[in-house]
Design a binder for this molecule. Structure first.
Ligand code: FMN
Length: 288
């Protein structure tokens, strides 16, 4: 069934800590607006306050960084709270150039289970914001102009698919990375935990360096940092137990530091071992 072009509503809800996913979100949003959609772009942190933007959007886009090969758990929670009722959705992720793993597949599958018809998925390389990758400057400069041009190309094709009433099976977005293919039947928590065990470092708090500025608290995407009367004291649950390290990135006094569990050499070797193949990387999007 062909869709009416006029006054269709679209909404993008995205999670982004260092701006990679945000750049892609606004590139896609620009195309949707240019094609006449009544469009709203929302950060996930604000989504609960503006449900009118997405509960009846004809197209919903969900964007997020890949965390250990999967969508961040709180993004999955948001998806699980939605009702599709046959509406269309697309997914996009940015990743540090190692692997986008099964993040698109998992998000698309969850949306499909909530009753959305899937238009497609896009994965875009961004600079790697994992603490150890930041000082190794992994994938610096991404997403670049070409990445954003591809993102716009994806948007144009997804809009066309919507107008022509097409959709695809979430399986079309599954990775061909062997590490994830082998683990597809296992619980996502277990697979994530196995990866985290190898490379996840501790956050160390140095009271003497604290500026009492509360930047960490304000920047925490899940409001998991609290400062009590005995400030400075931190209690954190993080993103359902997964550390995103935003507090470490933003701390101006360097009071919050990342303690690396493995040497830079071992870390690079680990990334190489789970990385997407050049063929997988050369497939930045799939559209219905
Ligand atoms: C906890 C955590 C896990 C990550 N896991 C992966 C990963 O599995 N593969 C990858 O290529 N990059 C990984 N990255 C890098 C981010 O996915 C990448 O830098 C992303 O573009 C950041 O998006 P943002 O700038 O929108 O926050 C990870 C980063 C963090 C903080």
């Amino acid at each position: 069934m062909k869709k009416d072009k006029i006054m269709a509503k679209s909404c993008i809800v995205y999670f982004s800590q260092t701006g990679n996913t945000e750049k892609v979100a606004y590139t896609i949003a620009g195309r949707l607006q240019g094609e006449g959609f009544e469009h709203v772009t929302l950060q996930l942190e604000d989504a609960h306050d503006f449900p009118e933007a997405y509960v009846d959007a004809d197209i919903l886009g969900i964007g997020f960084p890949t965390f250990f090969g999967y969508p961040p758990p709180h993004v999955m929670k948001f998806i699980e709270s939605l009702e599709g009722n046959g509406r269309h959705a697309f997914v996009f992720t940015t990743y540090g150039g190692c692997t986008a793993g099964d993040s698109l597949y998992d998000a698309a599958r969850a949306l499909h289970e909530r009753g959305f018809a899937i238009l497609g998925g896009l994965k875009v390389e961004g600079f790697d914001n994992y603490p150890q990758s930041i000082w190794l400057k992994i994938n610096e400069g991404r997403p670049n102009e070409l990445d954003l041009a591809r993102s716009e190309e994806f948007a144009a094709l997804a809009i066309k698919a919507y107008r022509e009433g097409r959709s695809l099976s979430p399986e079309a977005l599954a990775t061909s990375n062997l590490f994830f293919v082998k683990k597809r039947d296992k619980s996502r928590k277990e697979t994530m935990a196995a990866m985290r065990k190898k490379i996840e470092g501790k956050v160390v708090f140095n009271k003497e360096m604290c500026l009492f500025c509360e930047t960490c608290k304000k920047s925490c995407p899940t409001k998991s940092i609290t400062t009590g009367e005995a400030f400075p004291e931190f209690s954190w649950k993080c993103i359902d137990g997964v550390r995103c390290f935003q507090c470490v990135r933003v701390c101006p006094g360097k009071a919050l530091l990342y303690e690396q569990p493995i040497s830079d050499k071992e870390y690079k070797r680990f990334l190489k071992g789970i990385a997407d193949s050049p063929e997988e990387k050369a497939r930045p999007y799939v559209v219905a």
